[in-house]
Design a protein around this ligand. Structure first.
Ligand code: SAM
Length: 235
């Protein structure tokens, strides 16, 4: 089922409203070296503009279930999950160059062969993926955009969710986590309202052991903000 009401070759104009903050960051020598050495083999450019189709079997050099990690940050979760789950491939997507370089360094240090990283807007990347091609989509600690006038920048909103769901295989999972209570409630309402998704737990999900603790979760715990997980399956 697809609820996409636009030409799939052209991202909708609303996606020009970015879900991320442009930010700069310094890279360590180690990250710079990892980026230079590993980008050609493990990196994927995600251009803005017309959609570029992505052939996942070609990208990973094999046919295996694929997990998409949206906004992989410094890459700690992606690297840890990929290391623990060698039979699935992990496609991370991030805009922040130091984070991408850090993930490539982790890939190198742990000898991971099942990770690729796209640089660019996750929504453009997802538009270029075939329907039914993903085993899971992870959206961990997305920017909460707390001010009401910025809510349209949130990654979890109906049009984006319809796109993500269309790329999941039937039975595939959309897993979100956040420490922002108001966003958690908005996520739940949005995911509940999607006709092609079914809540795997009837409310917020128990924290799964396979989701590694990152600095965002540690910060939330220190500040006393509860972290919630939401797990939905494509019908
Ligand atoms: C708060 S961080 C969380 C990082 C990581 N998931 C974690 O749990 O540690 C959110 C990340 O999502 C990235 N991001 C937000 N929207 C994105 C998009 N549309 N495409 C790619 N990355 C995005 C941001 O650059 C940022 O690094």
């Amino acid at each position: 089922m697809t609820a996409i009401d636009h030409d799939p070759a052209v991202p909708p104009a609303s996606w020009t409203i970015r879900t991320f903050h442009p930010r700069r960051g310094r890279m360590s020598d180690r990250q710079t070296d990892a980026l230079n050495r590993l980008w050609p083999a493990y990196g994927l450019d995600v251009p803005d503009g017309p959609v570029v189709p992505v052939d996942l079997a070609d990208l990973f050099g094999r046919r295996a279930p694929v997990v998409l990690e949206i906004g992989s940050g410094m890459g700690d979760s992606t690297a840890a999950m990929a290391a623990a789950d060698p039979d699935r491939d992990y496609l991370a997507v991030e805009v922040h160059t130091p984070g991408i370089a850090n993930l490539l360094d982790l890939v190198d240090r742990h000898g991971l062969r099942n990770v690729r990283v796209g640089q660019g807007d996750a929504l453009s990347l997802v538009s270029g993926l075939p329907e039914d091609s993903l085993d899971a989509v992870h959206v961990f600690f997305p920017d909460p955009w707390p001010k009401a006038r910025h809510h349209k920048r949130r990654i979890i909103q109906p049009g984006h969710v319809a796109l993500l769901r269309s790329r999941l295989r039937p039975g595939g999972t959309l897993h979100c986590a956040t420490d922002w209570a108001e966003y958690a409630e908005a996520m739940r309402e949005t995911l509940e309202a999607d006709p092609g998704l079914v809540d795997a737990y009837g409310g917020f999900a128990p924290r799964p052991a396979h989701r590694p603790v990152t600095k965002f979760e540690r910060r939330a715990i220190t500040a006393g903000r509860p972290v919630v997980d939401l797990l939905y399956r494509r019908r």
